[in-house]
Design a protein around this ligand. Structure first.
Ligand code: BGC
Ligand code: BGC
Length: 758
């Protein structure tokens, strides 16, 4: 270590001496020194590099590192160098023209070259809201918004969504996403409910696997942001940027818990919430930012403000020196200015020079920011890795998104087993304002900040997905408002719900019902007497109690994004519904806030979701079904939870079990995959194991998991009871608590026969 350190130091010293003696021309001096400086040496530990760099930085350099400007606010590109800007962001919709992946990469490189031209050559870090895929970029894969991901109950899938997003973001040069929102939305009136994985802190905590997806994506790794710290989803009345009135114990139990998990996963940054806690603005809350987050939780990354978040501290428009000082002294490390960066830099320096912000605080902020820049490899690879540029909107990523869509769908009603629909025979009528609308199915934060209806980016609408799936097997008629339907159709599919919105513009203070356009469409379809399947595209549960009796089936599709084919897959049985409600579904808007365990009489409880009870008609379609109604069926599916298959076959020689856990202080999630290596399929399965420690399973998905003492039994769900021969797999997961070690079980048996572990 010391010998490694010594030589660059000697070289630096010699260079310095030479410079002092006038041997190095003035303009080249900084660069010549820096080239030999320890901070440029990737073989040194990050802490050493940070300390060396910090020792070379002026107050100008340090103030610049703490400043983040929006790309659109820059007077000229060279201001990146002139003001030593540490970071640039794209606010919602702040895009280069043309909006193509390579022009994003060119823009990024252009900014980066400016940063590298400064004497110390500290790279800037570029941040963006990639909150459901790289959603500002035309042609990117748009994944379901978080509420849909919460419905999947699949932390592994959510991690893969994060990784795919990281690849697309990296392909445009960008280093940092302002995601995930770890908001725990407690009141569906809130316009950001769809950015929340769940009303349940435990489920939000499980979904922090997305942090690993972002940050552990190999060369495509990007920095994640846990936001908005803390209590954003708990405001009174569900008001955006409002006041969260809660005891500290409740704030911790409900809203802090997911942040704790994200910190344990090493999340690189945390964004402060616009909201207040018991009347005090979070952006000035030293106790929660410094004492709790950095102290108690041990957060090692850096804290960034929300967009112009410090301006709100004194209730007047625009920021003042005093607001800067309050926020920085509270523990904020980087300020998303985002517009007036020149004034910000000068006021920040002034406050430091006047002694109102201690130098130690400025150094701490810089140390945190620079540590992340080094860890990301920005000093070694400052420019876009264009090997990822072609992954933007790639088929592989769209496949992940389609899987996420399939698994996010929650079947809430299926009277007479009208679903799944047969793929062949007769005619199907499709209607509704969101049936053929990429913008509506993607929601807010898509291409623009608020999102918008219409053909805003590439992808597959739900209608197109249905047409592609059915092919020539059945006739599909589409009319947006339902005109032209008659009794000759065997089913009507109505795709209705909300149109895009973001943040406070989505707050709903009054009715939470369907709009008059949707009600009229549904009325027309209903009047035909054709079985009516409603697909609800919305950012939250809506008030539908007055209409649901008229519908034969209801699917909550949330905001699925660009891969509408995933919706078609489930409607026609190419996939089984497995989503479970991440939010309690109210009976009427005046029940808000309504949450699991509060004793209110919900329309559908938290965790509700039906399975198909009849096997999906697999492709190629088994029977050409006559019109009109093709689906005679045994019984309506009522069970909300997966049920073990009644017939369990005796043995399954040749099984391999992989068991992986994600642990954090006392809690864990586990993913288990069973691979069937034998030459015959397993029909109905039960996997058993014994814990050596004191693990307690508290929840599960894609199987029913029961525990008796240290013995655990996982039985298949109704839709994954068959594990195909020669390498077929079934996967399930669960969450639990433990103390001491969380050791992997030593042995597994499948239907009584021992399995290998893999
Ligand atoms: C939002 C944040 C977002 C930021 C940057 C703010 O208005 O609250 O969630 O990350 O803007 O676009
Ligand atoms: C930006 C968003 C930001 C919002 C905050 C918009 O102009 O595009 O990114 O979240 O302002 O109000």
């Amino acid at each position: 270590m010391t010998s490694r350190l010594r030589s660059p130091w000697i070289i630096a010293l010699v260079t310095l001496l030479a410079a002092a003696l006038g041997a190095v021309p003035a303009a080249g001096r900084g660069v010549a020194r820096a080239a030999d400086a320890p901070y440029k040496d990737p073989s040194l530990p990050v802490a050493t590099r940070v300390a060396d760099l910090l020792s070379r930085m002026s107050l100008d350099d340090k103030a610049g590192q703490m400043t983040q400007a929006d790309r659109g606010a820059l007077t000229t590109v060279s201001d990146v160098a002139a003001y030593r800007l540490g970071s640039i962001l794209s606010g919602g919709g702040s895009a280069p023209s043309p909006n193509t992946p390579s022009s994003w990469a060119d823009m990024y490189d252009n900014f980066q070259r400016q940063a590298l031209s400064t004497p110390l050559g500290i790279p800037m870090i570029y941040g963006i809201d990639a909150v459901h895929g790289h959603n500002n970029v035309v042609g990117a894969t748009i994944f379901p918004h978080n509420i849909g991901l919460g419905a999947t109950r699949d932390p592994d899938l959510v991690e893969r969504v994060g990784r795919a997003t990281a690849e697309e973001v990296s392909g445009t040069g960008i280093d940092w996403t302002f995601a995930p929102c770890l908001c725990v939305a407690r009141n569906d009136r809130w316009g950001r409910t769809y950015e929340s994985f769940s009303e349940d802190p435990q489920l939000v905590t499980q979904m922090t696997t997305i942090v690993d997806g972002f940050q552990k994506a190999g060369n495509a790794s990007i920095l994640a942001t846990a936001k908005h710290y803390v209590g954003d989803g708990g405001t009174t009345g569900g008001r955006d940027q409002g006041n969260t009135e809660l005891s500290e114990a409740d704030l911790r139990a409900i809203h802090l818990a997911p942040f704790k998990a994200a910190v344990q996963r090493g999340v690189g940054s945390v964004m402060v919430s616009y909201s207040s806690w018991n009347g005090a603005r979070m952006h000035g809350n030293k106790y929660l930012i410094t004492d709790v987050l950095k102290g108690e939780l041990g957060f090692k990354g850096f804290v960034v403000t929300d967009w112009a978040g410090i301006d709100q501290l004194d209730g007047q428009t625009g920021f003042t020196a005093n607001e800067i000082t309050t926020a920085i002294n509270a523990g904020v490390d980087m300020v998303m200015v985002p517009n007036d960066y020149k004034k910000f830099v000068s006021l920040l320096k002034q406050e430091v020079q006047a002694g109102r912000i201690p130098t130690s605080r400025i150094d701490d902020a810089n140390r945190r920011i620079l540590t992340k820049k080094f860890e990301l490899g920005l000093f070694e690879k400052p420019l876009t890795d264009r090997s990822y540029t072609s992954t933007v909107g790639s088929a592989a990523h769209r496949a992940v998104a389609r899987e996420a869509v399939r698994k996010s769908l929650v079947l809430l009603k299926n009277a007479g087993d009208v679903l799944p629909l047969a793929k062949t025979g007769g005619k199907i009528f499709v209607a509704g304002k969101s049936a053929d609308d990429i913008g509506n199915q993607s929601g807010g934060w898509t291409i623009s900040w608020q999102g918008s209806s219409g053909n805003i980016t590439g992808g597959t609408t739900i209608l197109q997905g249905i047409r592609d799936l059915v092919g020539s097997g059945a006739q599909v008629t589409y009319n947006r408002d339902g005109s032209g339907i008659d009794s000759s159709y065997r089913a009507a599919i109505a795709v209705v719900g909300e149109t895009p919105y973001a943040e406070g513009q989505g707050d709903r203070t009054g009715s939470m019902g369907l709009d008059s356009t949707d009600l009229a469409t549904l009325q027309r379809l209903k009047a035909s007497g054709v079985p009516l399947v409603v697909v609800l595209v919305s950012g939250r549960p809506l008030d539908i109690a007055g209409q649901i009796d008229q519908w034969n089936a209801l699917v909550a599709a949330w905001l699925p994004g660009t891969e509408g084919r995933g919706v078609a897959d489930m409607l026609f049985g190419d996939s089984a519904p497995s989503g479970r409600l991440p939010m309690t579904w109210p009976r009427s808007a005046d029940q808000e806030p309504i949450n699991d365990g509060d004793g209110k009489d919900a329309l559908f409880k938290y965790g509700y979701g039906l399975d198909y009870t009849v096997p999906p008609p697999h492709s190629p379609s088994p029977s050409p079904s006559p019109s009109p109604s093709p689906s005679p069926s045994p019984s309506p599916s009522l069970s909300p939870s997966p049920s073990p298959s009644p017939s369990v076959s005796p043995s399954a020689g040749g099984c391999v079990v992989t068991y992986r856990t994600n642990d954090w202080g006392g809690g864990f999630t586990a993913d288990v995959t069973i691979t069937n290596r034998s030459s015959s399929a397993v029909n109905g399965w039960r996997l058993q194991w014994t814990y050596a420690g004191n693990q307690k399973i508290t929840g599960y998905w894609n199987a029913v998991v029961t525990q008796s003492g240290q013995q655990v039994t996982a039985s298949n769900a109704s839709y994954n009871g068959t594990i195909g021969a020669n390498g077929g797999t079934a996967s399930f997961g669960f969450q639990g608590t433990y103390s001491g070690a969380n050791a992997t079980p030593a042995a597994f048996t499948l239907n009584g026969a021992a399995c290998a572990t893999g």
